[in-house]
Design a protein around this ligand. Structure first.
Ligand SMILES: Nc1ncnc2c1ncn2[C@@H]1O[C@H](COP(=O)(O)OP(=O)(O)O)[C@@H](O)[C@H]1O
Ligand SMILES: [Mg+2]
Length: 419
């Protein structure tokens, strides 16, 4: 029993000092089966049920743990088990490992990469937007502006200057005025590179000076339209993508390991977020970002993500972000910095935190950010594969994730994944 081995590394005496684990009555039997509590019975979980019962005030989850601890395996089987309840999932899959889950649900992952046929347009509401008249145009433009600002800033490695910010705003509103729902990235880049006099006059500038102000941003964004990153997010969304499938997997593995991964994950997530408007909200939806550290290490993207989590709440979406270490959230920031504040905000917005094994060097940060007891902190570096410390609101559970029958073994087996 490989999975259980780690649990026994924590001595019982040690655990009994961990008052919450022993005294907890559990979360009840509602929700999907996750596994067993190391010192208790079956552990079940469903964010919407707990939300309804007032145990949680938000349905989002953060999963942290060292490589190979079973984070992705947990998420995959969790999504699989949620299928029974009609919950659906949209997944950002940077390593291309959700193929077996998709196959078990009878669908193909959508592969995005240079030279591959699928394009997603992160600037457009999806074609089948339910009620066009009801779409708030200004809100659509604000979403576009915040996406492009985050893309440019993270790609430049700095916050945009006020005049750059203004250039993006005016380029989007001008280009959107012409192209509407069909707006695509190259049109915004053109509007930045060649602003017209009327646009520039809105901020007491002329076309040449204003073009200069927006030039660096334009050149960064142009990277997604020309050259190495072209062909993925720079045109209308490819027809025939079925967002009503039980799972939608966006496989970005073609660029896993590239420095552009964070940008591509941002574009893909933005496309999914935009698609929420067009989607039928009867079914509960889980939106997963695996390997989310690639997004969170960029301050600008982390900020965008936090805002988008807040927005997705109105659609009843439960977000899941998977990271290695909690310090992934604060990597770029000194104590008291905006990065740290953002990390704390994201944590506050994910009231369910599942922490798998952490290196001893990480436990201080984790203890700090999660408000763990000393005993919980000690346990973090001793957890074996498949065993996680669950913080659900203010309550703690030590849970061994139990894998089911053959299908689940196939779904989590990272070696047997399809190419
Ligand atoms: N609860 C578990 N029981 C048994 N094996 C597991 C369990 N969780 C994960 N594994 C195995 O461990 C390997 C690594 O797990 P994975 O979920 O990819 O780790 P991570 O996402 O944390 O890097 C997988 O190939 C899987 O087969
Ligand atoms: Mg993983």
């Amino acid at each position: 029993m490989r999975a259980g081995a780690g649990a026994h590394r924590v001595s019982t005496a040690h655990l009994q000092a961990a008052y919450p684990f022993v005294s907890e009555g559990g979360l009840g039997g509602e929700g999907v089966y996750i596994g067993r509590e190391v010192l208790g019975g079956a552990f079940c979980y469903d964010p919407w049920v707990l939300y309804r019962r007032g145990v949680l005030t938000n349905p989002n989850m953060l999963v942290a743990g060292q490589v190979g601890r079973g984070k992705s395996s947990f998420v995959k089987t969790y999504l699989w088990r949620q299928q029974v309840f009609g919950r659906r999932a949209w997944i950002i899959d940077p390593k291309g490992e959700y193929g077996p889950l998709a196959a078990a649900c009878g669908i193909d992952p959508i592969r995005i990469g240079p030279g591959l046929p699928v394009r997603l347009n992160p600037l457009a509401p999806t074609a089948e937007t339910v009620d066009r008249a009801a779409v708030d145009r200004a809100a659509v433009d604000r979403r576009r502006i915040s996406l492009l600002t985050s893309l440019a800033a993270s790609s430049l490695g700095r916050t945009l200057q006020p005049e750059e910010q203004t250039a993006v705003e005016l380029a989007v509103t001008t280009a959107a005025g012409t192209h509407g729902d069909e707006l695509v990235l190259p049109q915004v880049v053109d509007a930045l590179l060649w602003p017209d006099d009327d646009t520039a006059a809105q901020v007491a500038s002329d076309a040449d000076a204003f073009a200069q102000a927006g030039r660096q941003v334009a050149l960064e964004l142009r990277r997604l339209c020309q050259g190495d990153l072209a062909g993925m997010f720079d045109g209308p969304t490819t027809a025939g993508i079925d967002l009503d499938a039980p799972v939608v997997v966006l496989d970005l593995s073609a660029l896993y390991g590239s420095d552009a991964l964070g940008l591509l994950m941002l574009c893909a997530t933005a496309w999914l977020q935009a698609s929420l408007q067009a989607h039928d909200h009867e079914d509960r939806l889980i939106l997963v970002i695996d390997e989310a550290w690639a997004i969170l290490r960029h301050l600008e993207i982390a900020r965008w993500l936090q805002a988008s989590w807040k927005l997705s709440r109105q659609y009843g979406v439960a977000n899941i972000a998977v990271v290695h270490r909690l310090s992934d959230l604060t990597a770029a920031g000194a104590h008291g910095s905006e990065q740290v504040a953002l990390a704390q905000g994201l944590l506050a917005d994910s009231e369910t935190r599942v922490v798998y094994g952490q290196s001893p060097a990480e436990t201080d940060r984790a203890t700090d950010l999660l408000g763990l007891t000393d005993v919980e902190a000690d346990i973090l570096s001793e957890l074996g594969r498949g065993v996680g410390l669950w913080r659900v609101g203010a309550r703690s559970f030590l849970v061994e994730h139990v894998l089911g029958h053959t299908t689940e073994r196939v779904i989590v087996d990272t070696d047997a994944r399809m190419g």
